[in-house]
Design a binder for this molecule. Structure first.
Ligand code: DGY
Length: 320
């Protein structure tokens, strides 16, 4: 039987599928990542590795894995995997597109609302016993209904966020590699240059994939174009934002607030400068984290992996 390495505890439906099709080494921890040296040791005989956004799958790992046929990630994004190197070596890479779209759009919109209306700050305020009386301007935030939202990256999740924004009567701008005319019609969304989107939006929502072209797509210059009352949301990849520039912009009140589900380095340190600011709402990369969606993602990733060790085309294969 082929050896399969699973780098984290996964839902049992997915694990059972893998066990029916191979000899599984499971790093049976919920949050603690597999130590790199353990991964390098276990991968030696493996035909497949079941991975996630927290693992680095690179040339060094491939050098230790002469029998590897497939890398299957439980995610839509695969920026943690050296896909070109995998392709050179004939190793298939699988991911889980489509499955997490609505769940991630829900979380993105929740983060937008929480940041605009200071939900986390308000909750902390009550729990800490600081609430003394009703205050006319206590914890006042930004209106969402009828505001302008600018979505950078109009893929499946961007479209999901635009649909939610439409229900809030928002004026929708978007910036994307290519125009999406069907969305322009169905959601009354307007295609904009990045500069125009940044200067006109009350909410800037970043949903672009993480790659070399999008690295620091939001930096000092871009933040300067945004309104002082604007709210910035990132639910894509931390590497898409220059965090130092974001910190300066928030501290100097060049923008009003930020909601972040992702960071350049994850897990982000509790001492990170951004976490010292009250106008930053933070989450631990949980965009797709509903029970149903994470279970479907795991089962799909298991199906990709099983197809890969059998030498078949994966149901969701990354095309290089
Ligand atoms: C993804 O799928 O790429 C997310 O970031 C993790 O759910």
């Amino acid at each position: 039987m082929s050896k399969i390495v699973v780098t984290r505890r996964i839902p049992k439906q997915a694990l059972e599928l893998l066990k029916e099709n191979g000899e599984v080494f499971l790093w049976d921890r919920e949050e603690e990542p597999i130590p790199h040296e353990v991964l390098l040791e276990e991968i030696k005989e493996a035909a497949g590795v079941f991975t996630n956004v927290g693992d680095r799958i690179d040339k060094e790992l491939f050098d230790h894995a002469p029998n590897l046929k497939v890398v299957s990630t439980m995610a839509v994004g695969y920026d943690n995997i050296d896909v070109r190197e995998a392709a050179k070596r004939g190793i298939a890479v699988g991911h889980t597109p489509g499955i997490l779209t609505e769940t991630t759009a829900d979380l993105t919109f929740a983060l937008l609302m929480a940041t605009a209306r200071r939900v986390v700050e308000g909750s902390d305020y009550v729990r800490q016993g600081r609430w003394k009386s009703w205050g006319p301007m206590l914890l006042t935030g930004q209106d969402i209904f009828g505001a302008t939202i600018g979505i950078i990256g109009m893929g499946r999740i961007g479209e999901g966020v635009a649909r939610r924004a439409s229900g809030f009567n928002m004026n929708i701008l978007y910036h994307n590699r290519s125009r999406r005319r069907e969305i322009e019609e169905s959601l009354n969304a307007a295609y904009s240059t990045l500069e125009e989107l940044l200067s006109k939006s009350d909410f800037v929502v970043l949903l672009a994939p993480g790659n070399t072209q999008t690295r620091h797509i939001i930096g000092k210059e871009e933040l300067k174009l945004m309104k002082p009352s604007s709210v910035f949301i990132n639910a894509s990849r931390g590497t898409n934002v220059d965090e130092r520039a974001l910190y300066e912009a928030l501290k100097n009140e060049e923008i009003w607030a930020a909601g972040l589900d992702v960071f350049e380095e994850e897990p982000v340190s509790a001492e990170h400068p951004l976490l010292t600011l009250p106008n930053v709402t933070v989450l631990p990369h949980i965009g797709s984290a509903s029970i149903a969606t994470r279970t479907k993602m795991a089962v799909t990733a298991a199906q990709n992996l099983v197809a890969g060790i059998m030498g078949k085309e994966l149901p969701f294969q990354v095309k290089i």
